[in-house]
Design a protein around this ligand. Structure first.
Ligand SMILES: [Zn+2]
Length: 462
């Protein structure tokens, strides 16, 4: 399983059709290229939970790249915040729901490279997991150079192919992040992105050639997928600064210490943000109980040009969704059925929908601006670690202007289709239509004849 982190379906399609990805073209000729949806937030880390756990990020405890620890069980009592961008990176595994197995725990022996979620993977089966590598990656991050990231990808790809050939794991996962870094710095269809994609292509080609030579190819599945898309961003709205202008004490990275914070702003990607209020409360209060004190904040946020949608978690089965000028609607889950009920408007633009199954909820929204938003909004809103308000950025905007090492010309993280639609390239035909990245892990287990654990959010397409 190769993650070409941040590749858009159209970018991959264009590379294949213009001969710039010959090995991936070969895979498509043998199998198929599908377009599926990622998860909300559409951001690296949380969006790996589908590949490695078959679950949505909200339900396994990874609501974002940054989040506020309302209960205070997981983080330092001095600030109660988490950011996986930096030193907290290694805490993903302990933050995860301990009762949900990872694919590494189910399919052994396994190999992982830049996997983010690694529970069950022994240190000697991890590539890029050492402290030395972490410091090198951090230095590359702070220097902000794309070429440094591409050099990392080449190193990781080489090591990964070598280890697959030598150790013959039954499951191997490799993420390459060069496409994402290049997209942020120079745009999703820039030459640097195609250079980064050629590293993924070369790796796929080498894995195939090695397997063919050893007579393993007939039994090998080789899949290439992405965790999110990308779209151009021309304007940055620093949400934390905005809230400070409105007179609030705001906790936001990198400065998370301090008293007198009324709110916390935790941005991912950078096109989504969790906004927390009443930081002293240790148990979650649903949005309706906040309206007396905080409705003004919701109204002001909604009026910002940078904000496209706001979600208001109302209970673990209901959330409100609002958009400026497009009114509000309610998303409701009743047992295994979802409904979308416009009230003062139709912010998702899909009309009223009742009695949706997981499949029909996807089908009804797949062609809209917000594919799979009904299921995705609710899985995140229901997470105990999510904000009291969840913001999804408008096209062309994101939510973080300060403290970014690379000036972003492209972003992701939001609910809209440029960020949610991703390619899924398989070297085999499928039995059922792949819809979501969360279907990838159960399908991998089926292909390996491993029994699926209970409680997965996805289903196998084999
Ligand atoms: Zn990114």
């Amino acid at each position: 399983m190769l993650v070409a982190d941040g590749i858009r379906p159209d970018t991959l399609m264009s590379a294949i059709s213009t001969g710039r990805a010959p090995a991936l073209a070969q895979l498509r000729a043998e199998g198929a290229l599908h377009t599926v949806t990622s998860v909300f937030p559409s951001v690296t880390g949380p969006a790996y939970a589908p590949f490695l756990m078959g679950r949505y990020p909200g339900s396994v405890g990874l609501p974002g790249l940054r989040w506020f620890d309302r209960e205070g069980h997981a983080t330092s009592r001095w600030h109660r915040t988490r950011s996986y961008v930096g030193v907290d990176f290694g805490k993903v595994d302990t933050d995860l729901d301990s009762t949900t197995p990872t694919v590494f725990e189910l399919a052994q022996p396994a190999l992982g490279a830049l996997h983010v979620i690694g529970r069950g993977l022994p240190p000697q089966h991890r590539i890029g997991g050492s402290l030395g590598f972490g410091l090198y990656a951090l230095a590359t991050h702070l220097r902000g150079g794309v070429d440094g990231w591409l050099a990392i990808d080449r190193r990781i790809a080489d090591e990964f192919a070598h280890r697959v050939q030598r150790d013959r794991p039954i499951f191997a996962f490799c993420a390459l992040t060069g496409i994402d870094k290049a997209s942020h710095a120079t745009g999703h269809d820039s030459p640097k992105v195609f250079e980064a994609l050629s590293i993924v292509d070369a790796l796929a080609g080498r894995l195939r050639d090695d397997a063919l030579r050893d007579g393993r190819w007939e039994r090998t599945h080789l899949w290439v997928v992405s965790d999110h898309g990308h779209s151009p961003v021309t304007q940055h709205d620093d949400l934390a600064t905005q809230l400070r202008h409105w007179g609030l004490g705001v906790r936001a990275h990198p400065w998370v210490m301090g008293a007198n914070h009324d709110t916390a702003v935790m941005v991912s990607g950078n096109a989504m943000a969790h906004i927390y209020v009443n930081l002293r409360e240790r148990t979650r209060q649903w949005w309706p109980s906040h309206t007396a004190r905080w409705q003004w904040l919701a109204d002001r946020l909604l009026a910002l040009p940078s904000v496209d949608l706001l979600l208001f978690p109302t209970s673990d089965r209901v959330c409100e969704v609002r958009a400026h000028g497009r009114g509000g609607a309610r998303i409701v889950r009743e047992r295994d059925r979802w409904a979308y009920r416009p009230e003062t408007g139709d912010p998702l633009g899909v009309g009223p929908l009742e009695g949706l199954t997981l499949e029909s909820a996807w089908d009804a929204t797949a062609g809209s601006d917000y594919p799979d938003a009904i299921v995705q909004a609710l899985q995140l809103a229901a997470s105990p670690r999510s904000g009291d308000i969840i913001a999804s950025a408008a096209r062309g905007w994101d939510f973080r202007a300060r403290w970014e090492p690379i000036p972003h010309v492209s972003s992701h993280g939001a609910l809209h289709r440029d960020h949610m639609m991703v390619p899924l390239l398989l070297n085999r035909p499928v039995a059922a239509q792949p819809r979501r990245t969360v279907d990838v892990m159960p399908s991998a287990l089926s292909a390996l004849h491993i029994r699926l654990p209970a409680g997965l959010d996805g289903t196998s397409f084999f």
